[in-house]
Structures are given as C-alpha cells and as structure tokens.
Design a protein around this ligand. Structure first.
Ligand SMILES: [Zn+2]
Length: 315
C-alpha cells in the first residue's frame, strides 16, 4: 500500500529524501538509520516553520480524546490512517490487537488513558489480513508467539460452528478478525478501569472497527459500548453459534443461519421495514428480526431480544 495516498494531514507527511522516491511498491526503501534521522529533522523543521510554537505546546502535556488499541502491523499506522496529529491519539499496539487480563501493558494503557487522560473513546481496531490471527488459525509452529496467540486459538475453536460454514478461506479469516476484534472490545469493557469509570458516570465509549489493507478504509462493526449494561450485546455476538452477520442488522438484508450450541439450527431473517419501525435510540443493533424455529413457528422480535432468545435456547 502506498501510504502517501492515505488521508493524512500535510503536517504528518514525511519529506522525501533525495534520490529515494516513493512508489507504490511495498519493498523496503532501504533507508539507513541515518536516513530516517535526517527525515525526522526535516519533519521537525517543517512543522516548526509552518506552525511556530507547535512543539513548545506539545511539551506542555497531552489531552487526547482517543485511545487506539490496534495491531502492531507496520501497514496500520494509527495516526496516519485517521488523519490525526500528534497529541490527538493515545496508542497501544501489540500483535493481533489483543486485550488480556494478564497483560499489564495493555491494562496500564487503558487505566492511564481512562483515569488520567479521560479519553472519550476507546477504538479497538483489528485489520483484515492480520498475520497474528492467521497464525492462530493454523496448526503451524510459531514458537513463543503461539503462547501469545493461545486465547485467539481458543476463540477460533469456540467459533468453529460458524466459521466451518464459510467455505472461502479469505472470508473465513476476515470473519475471524472481526470476532477477535469483538473479543478485545468485550475484554476492554470488562477491565476494572472501564467498570469503575462507568460506575462514576464518566462518559467513555468502546468502539469496534476493522481496517482494510485493501482499501485503506475502516469498517465499523456497529459495536459501541458505553455502559456495563451494554456489554452483553458484544458477549452475545461471541457465543459459539452466532455469526458475525448478527452484528449488522441495520445494514444487511439477509437470512442468517445460526447454529446453536445444542446443534439445532435457527434462521434469523432481517427485515428492513420492520427494523426501521422498531429501532430504538441508543440500542446497539436495534431492529426487528424474524426468528423461526424448527417447526416453522415464526415470531418478530427486536434484534437484541432475538440474540438473547438464541443464547437462552428459547426459539
Ligand atoms: Zn495484525
């Protein structure tokens, strides 16, 4: 991907070094540390020239409104893809954008950004073509990395009933990326930092997105959690038999086949007109779906009711 074509502020663009033009190639430009140091000096000088006092202001402190939790992949640079400037995005990255309750690194980043910086949004951003997720889906030996990826492997096995039904390899991997992102959203919501902040009435939203390497654009997973009561909506989507389609009742007109943990199959049909009529304010994935049981009995429910019924085997 040619990052030069991504939307970003002019201030963030890096001056080109003479004799080393940028191109659409992803091949390394073979810049030496001295080269990139020279680029840094050129960038800092350009910034100060165009916006005198910029760094003096930066040095006073930070008050970003966003925390980004994303993958360490070099092709997903957070500030660049969002067009945000220094100071506007607090960032935590690791392989496959994982959020584990045993990882002091991510827990510390969440605590600091919520309790001290008081960010308003936590963006959990996966990306299609994630090498970490792909590795978790394979039986190959990846050494130490396999320990880090173990929870994703468990999620993969948990979601096997849904993923096994997706024949296209790329689509299956992309769906797994979305599930992994949802899992991290849920994990963020369950941290002490978020639970305490919400208890105190602090307004902070946790949002699930997936970045596309193919287009440079971000897909909204329509997952936005702003209170402890909302967390179940993400948890519902992570149940073994629930397909990722269930996350998009407001954008898709389709029939989804859901395989429940007991092996029974249920059909959920999204209905655009009814969805519109029943949508409620602030309701994640609000809408109506028609659920059908094995005997053909049909019933209209709100989307969240349908998911709960599915989880509770009440079809
Ligand atoms: Zn990745």
């Amino acid at each position: 991907m040619n990052t030069a074509e991504l939307p970003h502020t002019a201030e963030l663009s890096v001056p080109q070094i003479a004799g080393r033009p940028r191109s659409n190639s992803i091949a390394p430009r073979q810049l030496t540390p001295a080269d990139v140091l020279a680029q840094n000096r050129a960038w800092a000088a350009k910034m100060e020239r165009e916006r005198p006092g910029f760094f003096e202001e930066m040095a006073k402190g930070q008050s970003p409104e966003y925390l980004w939790i994303g993958c360490a992949d070099s092709r997903v640079p957070p500030n660049v893809v969002l067009g945000l400037e220094p100071g506007e995005l607090f960032v935590h990255r690791n392989i496959a954008n994982c959020v584990y309750s045993t990882d002091l690194n991510v827990l510390g980043a969440i605590q600091y950004s919520v309790e001290v910086l008081k960010v308003k949004y936590i963006l959990v951003v996966g990306h299609y073509g994630c090498g970490g997720v792909n590795a978790a889906m394979s039986d190959n030996d990846h050494g130490t990395l396999d320990n880090w990826l173990l929870p994703i492997k468990e999620l993969y096995e948990n979601k096997e009933p849904v993923l096994a039904g997706i024949k296209d390899d790329k689509h299956r991997a992309e769906t797994m990326v979305e599930f992994n992102t949802l899992k991290s959203v849920e994990s963020v919501c369950r941290t002490k930092s978020l639970q305490n902040a919400w208890k105190l009435g602090q307004e902070v939203k946790v949002i699930g997105w997936v970045y596309s390497l193919d287009s440079g654009t971000i897909k909204d997973l329509n997952v936005e959690v702003s209170s402890p009561a909302d967390v179940y909506k993400v948890t519902s989507l992570l149940a073994p038999g629930v397909g990722i389609d269930a996350a998009y009742p407001t954008t898709r007109d389709s029939e989804s086949t859901l395989r429940r943990p007991d092996g029974k199959i249920a059909l959920v049909r999204n209905d655009a007109q009814e969805r519109k009529d029943l949508s409620g304010p602030g309701e994640l994935g609000a809408g109506a779906v028609e659920t059908a049981n094995a005997k053909g009995g049909k019933r209209k429910r709100s989307f969240s009711e349908a998911i709960q019924a599915f989880i509770n085997l009440k079809f």
